[in-house]
Design a protein around this ligand. Structure first.
Ligand code: ADP
Ligand code: 5GP
Length: 207
């Protein structure tokens, strides 16, 4: 799947975040975007799963039916899409373009199938993996988050096992961050992105 969405919109290099469900991606990304509002923009994915309490349509995801999403995929509106834990998820071209049009670093939060598919496009992002310290900690975090049915939780834990192996493949990720202590993980994340953050700040200051 070749896609030329990003090439036409030259701007800062996007960043892909991946890692097992419950590893702490959303927590870290929300912190990052809040602290750097004028630097990062979130690519709002589409999903067929139901919103969780506190999630907002259009901000966290575009919540759609499977029929509507499948039709949009067939219509070529997505850069990548995947089935995860019984639901469809995908990144639309419009979601990435909306961020790139503002000259912000576009953040994608996608599963490993998404990572594999984005690697086939010309988006050319930096790839960051957020990993939990252990499967035990991951399970506890997912249970304590209280958002999943037992069935969904088991599917996510199964996917996490595969994901944790995948993340060890050489060259798959530019940076792997183990989210044990949240503040330490956040510091490491900012350090990994420092150069890109400064580039955007500099460009904004001179424009
Ligand atoms: P993801 O977006 O990767 O699925 P979340 O950001 O939702 O993961 O985090 C899963 C749960 O773990 C949330 O309830 C979150 O508050 C909690 N959490 C995240 N990072 C840490 C951490 N370093 N220590 C303890 N709990 C954490
Ligand atoms: P959640 O249901 O916990 O929000 O997300 C479940 C998984 O779907 C996570 O691994 C998340 O990264 C992934 N995900 C979210 N949006 C997308 C997307 O647009 N594409 C792909 N491939 N995965 C996504």
């Amino acid at each position: 799947m070749r896609d030329s969405t990003s090439k036409a919109m030259a701007g800062p290099r996007p960043v892909v975040f991946s890692g097992p469900s419950g590893a702490g991606k959303s927590t870290l990304l929300k912190k990052l975007i809040k602290e750097h509002e004028n630097v990062f923009g979130f690519s709002v994915s589409h999903t067929t799963r139901n919103p969780r309490p506190g999630e907002e349509n259009g901000r966290d995801y575009h919540y759609v039916t499977r029929e509507a999403m499948q039709a949009a995929i067939n219509n070529g509106e997505f850069i990548e899409n995947a089935e995860f834990s019984g639901n469809l998820y995908g990144t639309s071209k419009a979601a990435v373009q909306a961020v790139q049009a503002k000259n912000l670093i576009c953040i994608l939060d996608i599963d490993m199938q998404g990572v594999k598919n984005i690697k086939k496009t010309d988006l050319n992002p930096m790839y960051i993996s957020i990993q939990p310290p252990s499967m035990e900690v991951l399970e506890k975090r997912l249970r304590d988050r209280n958002t999943e049915s037992e069935e969904s939780l088991q599917k996510r834990l199964h996917a996490a096992n595969v994901d944790m192996e995948f993340s060890k493949e050489p060259g798959m990720f530019d940076v792997v961050i183990v989210n044990d202590n949240l503040e330490d993980a956040y510091k490491n994340l900012k350090q990994a992105l420092l150069e890109e953050i400064n580039k955007v700040k500099k460009a904004k200051a001179s424009s």
